[in-house]
Design a protein around this ligand. Sequence first.
Ligand SMILES: Nc1ncnc2c1ncn2[C@@H]1O[C@H](COP(=O)(O)OP(=O)(O)OP(=O)(O)O)[C@@H](O)[C@H]1O
Ligand SMILES: [Mg+2]
Length: 275
Amino acid sequence: MHVRYIYAYKEVSAIHDVKITGLSFAYKNDNRLILKDINIEVAAGSFVALLGQSGCGKSTFLRLLAGLETSTTGTILLGDRPVNGASLDKGMVFQDYGLFPWMTAGENIMLALKQRFSQQDKKKLKQLALDTLNAVGLDDSVYHKLPKELSGGMKQRCAIAQAFSIDPPILLMDEPFGALDAVTRARLQDLVLKLWSQENPKKTVFFVTHDVDEALLLANRIIVFGQSPSNIIYECSIAEDQRPTRETQFDNPEIMKLRNKLIFQINKDVAARIS
Ligand SMILES: Nc1ncnc2c1ncn2[C@@H]1O[C@H](COP(=O)(O)OP(=O)(O)OP(=O)(O)O)[C@@H](O)[C@H]1O
Ligand SMILES: [Mg+2]
């Protein structure tokens, strides 16, 4: 896949640890507690996969990290600063792509770039938008296409391009590959891993998925949320030298043990809900 790295005139963003303390959350229109007493510290540059059954609050958790919702109790610190509203230091890839349907793919990316690099010359930003589209394997013609003219996989690539183009130190990805066929999904997993791993310093990524194997392939930290009101019911880390590859993923006994453990935890949680 064609990935070249681009940002000759990019500013270097500070990357911070994330510290979440006593985080609870209920939507204002519904007093039901969705998240309850979440405590976690994530080192800067981690790739964190979030697992948990449907409706347990994974998207809500990302929206809190993004500053799109405000915690009911508790704090989220990026470094020593509390999250306070949405900002360009947090890029989000939404479950439904998050592209404005009335703008072309290029205009969607330009909108983010103009906010992020407001001092930059428009021509340079357009080149950056095209370079970013190329980096996710899309050619220049996609710049002029509306989202409805693109396949699901192409839309997903645009959303990833948009999120990476503003170079946020924190990247929040909500089931970004949920709707894709297995081959496209594998290619985009490789792409995201490549974009993340070749940066120095690395972005801190929070990546929601329902797929345990995807979590094991991409993440160096895995967190499982339990049923609502949701708390962290299991978590583990994968050391860099234990990281599986697509080829070795199912041959590594340690990774298989972890896989079984994760599936067991999720099934136990689902069973508790049903019974
Ligand atoms: N805007 C909202 N107002 C009120 N309740 C909401 C809102 N958005 C989500 N919820 C509720 O919050 C709970 C958690 O939803 P959320 O979307 O975070 O789950 P999820 O873990 O991302 O699920 P999925 O895996 O299906 O995407 C659900 O019960 C949902 O109905
Ligand atoms: Mg969700």
